[in-house]
Design a protein around this ligand. Structure first.
Ligand code: SF4
Length: 458
């Protein structure tokens, strides 16, 4: 697929440079529109016809779909590229946890509560789960509907998992106004499920395990019925090997992005927890297999995954990978430069220097906190680059450190003029001393030894 350029967009704008959108010119607005940094509606000077043309031009290759409503919702899809380095991936993979409807009441409540409470902090962001996948394991429509009703009080959007249209309708009667994801339409129930999706205005999943031709026909059928918000399930582990799953996911996304095939321009759903079915391995091995499959599908190109595991050790690798895949490669992740305090600092506390690359900062922060260090951390603006990269790029040198000392006023906080620089910045120690007049000590290359270094040297 050819990427829409700023010039393509500019040609359809009024070109009057009226500045009502907040930009200095139509070209500046076009550039931001093509980079998805502003919304088209900010240009108030467009005719309806031009707005529609631009809206179509800027529509992502993969349709954006909202599951849930208001503050209990998530967005999936919206991707434009096959490879993250080409632009960025948008709307991170939604992670839903399977909750069977045959659990007794207290186990059901405990599982939902556990899902809602899972979260851990990494590089300043709290990573959590996103949705609850209620499965009609009981095969009893009443039970399914009762559990769906209970989930009205959950803080997460809900997926309803059953091929039974009676059970689906019973659950939708309870929770349909919250826009749950219907899972799933298959060859046998497509008209009934499609009509439920229209009646309750809910997004719907099409299940076509290991058969993309059939998937295409079914998506076309749903669209003919008037369904707009579709999710595709090309099958997880439906073929002979995991390679078949991956092939189906990759081919579906290629058809959307490279071919702009209208019947594949939808988000994709994977169910890594199926790896546990008919599996004689022990629970730990099954958890590892589930995490491995989840990671594979997050990379290529699942917009939703459904898991069973709720232990934090099972989820940390998956949540961490997702966070990394969905950061924007065009913008280095950074924190604000300046002075950060650890412990009860005073006029004699040591000063440690680091860069504002978020991964570096949060690693150093974690190491100083866990080592109970008392110090000032002076954070240099290296436009989000790590120490060695910033030195090579010219953002980290003696002059930059001297400016940082001046700008932050750190000399008012302390009597000493001693600074610990990262081990990787050792070649700059003389230059920093010359530019700042401070006494520079070269610290460890790895911040895990920083707290111990401070305790020993100060
Ligand atoms: S509001 Fe529209 S016409 Fe005016 S400068 Fe912005 S893009 Fe151009």
């Amino acid at each position: 697929m050819v990427k829409v350029t700023a010039m393509d967009v500019y040609k359809l704008l009024p070109q009057t440079n009226c500045e009502k959108c907040g930009e200095a010119s139509c070209m500046a607005f076009a550039t931001k529109l093509s980079e998805k940094e502003v919304d088209l509606s900010l240009c108030t000077e467009l005719s309806d016809e031009k707005f529609k043309k631009l809206d179509d031009l800027l529509a992502p290759a993969v349709k954006e779909i909202i599951i849930g409503k208001n503050d209990k919702s998530c967005i999936i899809g919206g991707d434009e590229v096959l490879y993250r380095y080409e632009e960025s991936y948008y709307n991170q993979t939604i992670i839903a946890i399977d909750v069977p409807d045959d659990l007794d009441q207290s186990d059901f409540d405990d599982r939902v509560k556990k899902i809602e409470n899972i979260g851990f902090e990494r590089t300043g962001e709290v990573l959590t789960l996103d949705a609850i996948a209620l499965r009609n394991k009981s095969q009893n429509p009443e039970k399914f509907a009762k559990c769906a009703k209970k989930l009205k009080s959950s803080k997460y959007p809900v997926f309803l998992l059953t091929f039974d249209t009676l059970a689906m309708e019973a659950a939708l009667k309870e929770i349909g106004d919250e826009r749950p994801l219907i899972y799933a339409a298959c060859e046998d129930n497509i008209y009934e499920m499609g009509n439920l999706a229209i009646k309750y205005q809910c997004p719907i999943t099409v299940s076509s395990p290991n058969d993309l031709e059939k998937m295409k026909d079914m998506v076309f059928t749903l669209k003919s019925l008037g369904v707009e918000d579709i999710v595709m399930d090309p099958g997880t582990l439906a073929g002979e090997a995991i390679g078949d799953t991956l092939d189906n996911f990759v081919m579906s996304r290629r058809l959307a992005i490279e071919e702009k095939d209208e019947n594949f321009r939808y988000p994709i759903l994977g169910i890594p927890t199926l790896v546990r079915l008919n599996n004689e391995d022990d629970e730990i091995k099954k958890s590892i297999m589930e995490a491995t499959l989840a990671s594979t599908l997050i990379n290529k190109y699942a917009d939703i995954i459904i898991l069973k595991g709720t232990e934090i050790w099972e989820l940390i690798p998956i949540l961490t990978l997702r966070q990394s895949v969905y950061t924007d490669p065009r913008r280095p992740q950074s924190v604000d430069p300046g002075i950060y305090e650890f412990g009860e600092v005073d006029k004699h506390s040591p000063v440690i220097l680091t860069t504002n690359f978020s991964l570096t900062f949060y690693t150093v922060e974690g190491d100083l906190k866990s080592g109970n260090a008392t110090c000032y951390l002076l954070v240099l603006d290296t436009v989000g680059r790590a120490v060695d990269v910033a030195i090579a790029g010219g953002q980290f040198d003696g002059k930059a450190v001297a400016d940082l000392i001046k700008d932050t006023g750190i000399e008012n906080n302390i009597n000493t003029r001693k600074m610990v620089i990262p081990g990787l910045a050792a070649p700059l120690s003389g230059e920093i001393e010359d530019e700042t007049g401070w006494n520079v000590m070269v610290g460890p290359r790895d911040s895990s030894a920083a707290a111990e270094f401070i305790a020993e040297k100060f």
